[in-house]
Design a protein around this ligand. Structure first.
Ligand code: ZN
Length: 295
């Protein structure tokens, strides 16, 4: 099997949908590229954000819950989501966060200058300076992630031997890995063994790794089925995917590149209309009435 090239998307659970939208759209200046519902629960939004061009490897998604089901960060979760910012833009972002009353600290854990901060629902975020020079300050996509595994050594082994990531260095606190795609996403495996986390508001639900197409997805499914329970292939409209748990209890998804977000609306109008999968289309009025209005 080919090495996995890049992160496909990361999905997290948050609280108020408008607080989520205002932070990622207005403070981090990502683009809302899809407004849909959780395919398993049509009373909850599923909001997709990406860089301005909605490129592969830049998709961050959220399930905003109207309940108070708060999670607890711990083993079996993505601990921190790192976005890449263009070279030299750290001062700009520091100012942008200050202006919006978001506190941040400088940190070098990812091997480059970064700002560490929390989003309005306590998700841990990093803005990491990349080597890429740009005319704008906009977020480029993911820089990488920090994983909190219940079994860091086994998580490491799977990422290296079965998914094709490369080991860059070993530190007391972290294994530093890199993905082989052009973005060179960095994956930090925290070596500290922590208590198992609990999913809910303020935690990442899963990380999806990108696979080229459905035939690659089937191959990976067959492979991982030897050691784990893997779901059937699910049609997520914008991609096909399977889910399984890594040896450290993290929920992994493998997701195909296509058909992509322009399958139901044109690129310049992404995110402007509530898009529903076919099975919910006949309930559109009730679904729209139940969901909070987005500002
Ligand atoms: Zn997903």
């Amino acid at each position: 099997m080919e090495p996995i090239q890049r992160i496909h998307h990361i999905s997290a659970t948050v609280a108020d949908a408008n607080e989520n939208l205002q932070f990622y759209r207005d403070v981090l200046k990502l683009r809302l590229v899809k407004k849909t519902v959780n395919f398993e629960d049509n009373g909850t939004y599923h909001l997709y954000f990406a860089n301005k061009d909605a490129d592969d490897g830049t998709i961050m998604t959220f399930f905003p819950l109207s309940s108070d089901l708060y999670g607890r960060v711990g083993a079996g979760q993505v601990r921190r989501i790192a976005f890449a910012i263009p070279r030299g833009t750290l001062p700009y972002w520091k100012n942008q966060l200050n202006t919006n009353s978001v506190s941040s600290i400088e940190d070098n854990t990812f091997g480059a200058p970064a700002l560490f901060l929390n989003d309005p629902h306590d998700l841990s975020i990093a803005l990491v300076e990349s080597e890429t020079e740009m005319k704008t300050q906009n977020i480029l996509g993911f820089f990488g992630v920090e994983l909190l595994s219940e079994k860091p050594d086994e998580t490491l082994k799977q990422l290296l031997n079965e998914m094709g990531l490369q080991l860059l260095k070993v530190e007391d606190d972290y294994y530093h890995l890199e993905m082989v795609g052009t973005e060179k996403h960095k994956v930090l495996v925290n070596r500290k063994i922590t208590k198992l986390g609990r999913l809910g508001i303020g935690t990442v639900h899963h990380i999806a790794w990108s696979v080229p197409d459905k035939s690659a997805l089937e191959q990976f499914k067959k492979h991982f089925e030897q050691a784990a329970q893997v779901t059937a292939i699910r049609d997520r409209k914008y991609f096909n995917s399977v889910y399984f748990k890594d040896p450290g209890k993290m929920i992994y998804e493998l997701a195909t590149v296509g058909p992509g977000f322009t399958v139901d609306e044109p690129l310049d109008q992404l995110g402007t209309t509530l898009m529903l999968p076919e099975q919910y289309e006949d309930q559109r009025d009730e679904i729209e009435a139940r969901l909070p209005k987005l500002k």
